[in-house]
Design a protein around this ligand. Structure first.
Ligand code: SDX
Length: 432
C-alpha cells in the first residue's frame, strides 16, 4: 500500500527460548506497527488486547488522529480548516473520494444528492410499523436496511458507486426527518430541491404543511459544522463495525445499518444525548458541579462524566474546542441563555483542575458541547445521535469502500482465548 514502509528494524520476540522476527511497518505519519500476521503460525500464540486499544485492524488513508497532540485531519486536511472553510457536502466528497472536488465535481455530486433526496413511497409505510415511542436510532438502522432493498445496486460496484453513495447520503437525511415527524405525530414534509443539504434536513424536520421553516443562516451553518466535525474519526467502534460487516462482502446499506447500531451506545455516539441528560439532572437537582465531580470520582456510584474521556485523545479533542466556541457564539447570536452551557463550562473547569481527571488524561470530547448546540437549533434530545449518524455517513462509506477495494482483503475474524469448561460428557436429563 502506498505510504506503508517496511522498517529496517524488525521486532524480535523471545518466546519459550526461541527468537522470532516480525516485520515493523511505518505509516505516512510515522506511526509504527509490529506485523503479527504470522505470529500464530510461527509460535502457536495469539495476542490479547482488551478493547483493541493497542491493535491496528487495518491500514487506512482516510483520517489521521494524533491523540497526544489533539490532531484530526481528513485526507490530510486539518479539521480546523474544514470547519472554517468547507461545507458538509464538500467534506463528504473529500472523505469518500480522497480529494476536495473541483467546481464541476462538486456540482455533479450536489445534483446527485438532490436527485436522490426522496425515498420510495412504499418505504413510508414501514414507519407505520414502529410504535410512537420507538427510538429514532432503531428506526434509522431498520430503514437504511429497508432502503437497500430499493437500490438497483446496494453493493455500489464500479460506476454504480457514485449513484449508490449519493442515494445513501441523501436519503439518510430524509429518513431521519421522517422518523422525527413520526415520533411527534406530524405529517412528513418532503425535501425541497432548492435547499442545500443541511437546510433541507432542517426544513424536513421543522416545516409544517403551509408554513415553511425558513432556516436561519446561522442555524444552517451550525448544522453544517456539526456534520463536518462528525464526518469521520478513524477506527472508532461504529466505523470498525462497518468495516467488520463490510469485510464479509455485505452490501453498503447493511454495513452502514450495523454502524448505526454500534453508534447508539452511550459510550459512543449516544454520549451526546447522555451529556444533556446529565446536565439537566444537575440543573434540576440544583447540585453544585463540585458535588457531581465528587460523585463521579467515587467508583461506588459507577457514573461517568459524560462527554469526557476518549480512547485516543489524551488531550483536548480538537472538535470539542471548535464546538465550545461555536456554542457560545450561536447562543449569543440566537439570544438563547441555556443554563446547560454554564453547567458544562463549570464541570469542565472543575474536571480539568482535578487530579482524578488529569492523571487519567480525561478531557472534553466531541459530545460534551455538541448537544447544547443541537438543542439551540431545536433538535430534540432523542435525535442527537441520529445527527451524529448522518454526519458519520461519509466516514462509514469511505471505510466500507476501503475494505471492499482491497484486493488482498480478508474477512475480519479475530481469535480468542477460551476459558470455559474443558471436555466433559453429555449427561441425560434423568441424571442431572
Ligand atoms: C465518541 O473512538 C472514537 O473516536 C469515538 C468518537 C468518534 O468520533 O467516533 O470520538 C465519538 O464516542 C466519543 C466518546 C463519547 N463517550 C463518552 O463521553 C462516555 C464517557 N467516556 C467514557 O465512557 C470513556 O472515556 C470512553 C468510553 C470514551 C473511553 O473509554 P476507555 O478508553 O476504555 O477508557 P477506560 O474506560 O478504560 O477509562 C480509563 C480510566 C478508568 O478509571 P480507572 O479504572 O483507571 O480508575 O478513566 C476513567 C475510567 O473509569 N474514565 C472516566 C471517564 N472516562 C474514563 N471517569 C469518569 N468519567 C469519564 N467520562
Amino acid at each position: 500500500m502506498a505510504n506503508l514502509q517496511l522498517s529496517k528494524n524488525a521486532c524480535q520476540l523471545l518466546l519459550d527460548g526461541e527468537t522470532y522476527e516480525m516485520p515493523v511497518y511505518v505509516g505516512s505519519e510515522n506511526e509504527k506497527a509490529v506485523d503479527i500476521t504470522q505470529l500464530r503460525a510461527k509460535t502457536g500464540y495469539i495476542t490479547l488486547d482488551s478493547g483493541y486499544a493497542n491493535t491496528g485492524s487495518c491500514v487506512s488513508s482516510i483520517t489521521y488522529i494524533d491523540g497526544e497532540k489533539g490532531i484530526l485531519r481528513y485526507r490530510g486536511i486539518p479539521i480546523e480548516q474544514l470547519a472554517q472553510k468547507s461545507t458538509f457536502v464538500e467534506t463528504a466528497y473529500l472523505i469518500i473520494y480522497g480529494e476536495l472536488p473541483n467546481r464541476e465535481q462538486l456540482k455533479r455530486f450536489s445534483n446527485l444528492l438532490t436527485q436522490h433526496e426522496m425515498i420510495h413511497e412504499t418505504l413510508k409505510h414501514h414507519f407505520e410499523g414502529f410504535p410512537p415511542t420507538a427510538h429514532p436510532m432503531a428506526i434509522l438502522s431498520a430503514m437504511i436496511n429497508a432502503m437497500g432493498c430499493f437500490q438497483p445496486d446496494p453493493m455500489g460496484t464500479g460506476d454504480q458507486f457514485d449513484d449508490t453513495v449519493a442515494r445513501l447520503l441523501s436519503k439518510v437525511r430524509t429518513i431521519a426527518a421522517f422518523s422525527y415527524k413520526k415520533s411527534i405525530g406530524q405529517p412528513f414534509i418532503y425535501p425541497n430541491p432548492d435547499f442545500s443539504y443541511c437546510a433541507n434536513l432542517l426544513h424536513m424536520m421543522f416545516s409544517v404543511p403551509y408554513r415553511e421553516f425558513g432556516p436561519d443562516p446561522d442555524v444552517v451553518a451550525a448544522m453544517n459544522l456539526i456534520l463536518i466535525l462528525h464526518a469521520d474519526h478513524e477506527q472508532n467502534c461504529s466505523t470498525s463495525t462497518v468495516r467488520m460487516v463490510g469485510s464479509s462482502q455485505a452490501n453498503l446499506f447493511a454495513s452502514v445499518a450495523s454502524g448505526v447500531c454500534a453508534l447508539w451506545g452511550p459510550r459512543h455516539g449516544g454520549a451526546n444525548q447522555a451529556v444533556i441528560s446529565m446536565l439537566e439532572e444537575i440543573i434540576k437537582s440544583k447540585m453544585d458541579v463540585q458535588e457531581y465531580i465528587r460523585r463521579v470520582k467515587d467508583s461506588k456510584n459507577e457514573i461517568k462524566l459524560m462527554g469526557f474521556g476518549h480512547r485516543v485523545y489524551k488531550s483536548y479533542d480538537p472538535r470539542a474546542t471548535i464546538l465550545r466556541q461555536t456554542c457560545e457564539k450561536l447562543l449569543a447570536k440566537l439570544g438563547i441563555k441555556d443554563p446547560a452551557l454554564d453547567v458544562a463550562k463549570g464541570l469542565e473547569t472543575a474536571a480539568l483542575s482535578d487530579e482524578y481527571f488529569i492523571s487519567r488524561h480525561l478531557y472534553p470530547n466531541v459530545d460534551f458541547y455538541s448537544g447544547i448546540i443541537m438543542r439551540a437549533i431545536g433538535i430534540p434530545l432523542n435525535m442527537f445521535t441520529v445527527m451524529f449518524a448522518i454526519g458519520r455517513m461519509p466516514g462509514w462509506i469511505a471505510n466500507w469502500r476501503e475494505v471492499n477495494d482491497d484486493p488482498k482483503g480478508r474477512i475480519y475474524r479475530p481469535r480468542q482465548i477460551y476459558t470455559g469448561p474443558t471436555i466433559r460428557d453429555y449427561v441425560s436429563v434423568e441424571q442431572r
